[in-house]
Ligand binder design. Structure first.
Ligand code: G3I
Length: 393
């Protein structure tokens, strides 16, 4: 009798599995315990690449083997945190320093990881010879445009065939707290070359490496606001729509995902709505720099669990919301953390007044935090084979 019931349940599971596209679980057995699997293995079940930004100094530090070990074991995609930026690649005009970036590419190749290229055009971390040359008038506007074309061409060609997604243009749009508060193109490139540098950059990148996916990358794109003039997500949506309609070779939008627990933030439906809007334009999406920082009050720094626990829980929830939205958007190709350990995170060096931190999945001693388990459970419970066919008891 018991056997018959099991067989019936199993048959029903097979039937449901066919229609719902879930892998049936045979009677009497349960799926292998996934809790010991890596993030990358769990991501693979959804064809989702799980990435991290890599700090090359930490990767190369023999005194810090755990860093290297975890980059290798937990992630299927890597992004150079700094070494592919213009100031690192060409610190002196005409002299390229490919070494550190090549090292990362080689590391990724050996470990079967994809590489997100970061970044071809950005107003920060530019070499001083370039910014000073423009400021003192020795580099003209025409020459600046030629230099940008040369930079994109040289860099994309150097890494040709080795980059999965390029962040072609980064952080071009202003924020509502800038002046004027209506969103506009900001920074060095818009100021000196005007708005057309964006379309040019994508065309030059495509010509140099036709097989890389070309992304526009920015922060504060997690959800739409009121779709008014100060709504950055809406501004970027219209900008990339316009680029697409004009035949500019753009393939995706990267939503960085730098969040803080002191803010209201979003629910997974709002985030999915934004991703769906971008993919509705025929673009891929990706989370490219996810971290969730918290204010390091005196209590947090003093180890007061009353202050630490709510932050760890809020952080976990925010990570999870982004992951759930990414899993729900079938064009979300990768989910990259901007570092994975509080031991190596840009946050405390950047946000000092008040001090912020606790922004990553692992603490400073490489102990996984609540957020790590939340991300894992999202990857596990979001679909087959761990979700059984549903039905009445
Ligand atoms: O390389 C020098 C080193 O020689 C010197 O000893 C040290 C002393 O401070 O500074 C080092 O440079 C620092 C560099 O990171 C490498 O560690 C810079 O001061 C520091 O400003 C730089 O910060 C980086 C920041 O971008 C700069 O804009 C962060 O590491 C990096 O995480 C951050 O990444 C950006 C993304 O590219 C774009 N999106 C936002 C994200 C966070 O700001």
């Amino acid at each position: 009798m018991r056997l018959r019931r099991l067989l019936l349940v199993s048959a029903a599971a097979v039937a449901l599995g066919g229609t719902l596209n879930v892998v049936p679980v045979s009677a009497g057995s349960s799926p292998p315990d996934p809790s010991n699997q890596s993030l990358k293995a769990l991501g693979q079940r959804h064809n989702l690449y799980i990435g991290t930004a890599v700090d090359m100094a930490a990767l190369d530090d023999p005194a810090d083997p755990k860093y290297r070990e975890l980059v290798k074991s937990e992630f299927s995609s890597v992004t150079a945190e700094n070494v592919m930026k213009w100031e690192s690649l060409e610190p002196t005009r005409g002299t390229y320093n490919w070494g550190p970036a090549d090292k990362l590419i080689e590391f990724a190749r050996k470990n079967n990881q994809k590489v997100r290229g970061h970044v071809l055009v950005w107003q920060n971390q530019l070499p001083t010879w370039l910014t000073e040359g423009v400021a003192n008038g020795t580099i003209s506007t025409t020459e600046l445009r030629d230099l940008l074309k040369k930079h994109i061409t040289n860099v994309a060609k150097h890494f040709k065939g080795k980059i999965w997604q390029w962040d072609v243009v980064n952080e071009a749009a202003s924020d509502p707290w800038d002046s004027p508060s209506s969103i506009h193109l900001k920074g060095f490139w818009a100021q000196h070359l005007g708005p057309n540098y964006i379309a040019d950059a994508f065309r030059w990148a495509r010509a140099a490496d036709p097989s890389a996916l070309l992304f526009y990358n920015d922060y504060n794109l997690e959800a739409f606001g009121d779709k008014g003039p100060s709504d950055k997500t809406y501004y970027v949506y219209n900008m990339v729509k316009q680029l697409k309609q004009s035949g500019v070779p753009i393939d995706g939008v990267g939503s960085q995902g730098h969040l803080g627990t002191q803010y209201g933030n979003y629910n997974a439906f709002q985030v999915k709505e934004a991703l769906d809007a971008f993919s509705g334009l025929g673009l891929s999406t990706a989370f490219t720099e996810v971290d969730v920082r918290s204010q390091m009050t005196a209590g947090v720094q003093g180890g007061d669990s009353n202050e630490i626990n709510p932050r760890l829980q809020a952080s976990s929830d925010n990570f999870s919301v982004l992951m759930q939205a990414c899993l729900a958007n079938r064009h979300c190709l990768s989910f990259t953390f901007w570092g994975f350990t509080d031991k190596h995170s840009w946050v405390p060096t950047w946000f000092t007044d008040p001090l912020e931190g606790l922004a990553t999945l692992y603490d400073e001693s490489y102990q996984p935090k609540r957020a790590y388990y939340a991300i894992k459970s999202d990857l596990i419970f979001a679909g087959p084979p761990y979700v059984l066919p549903r039905g009445k008891k």
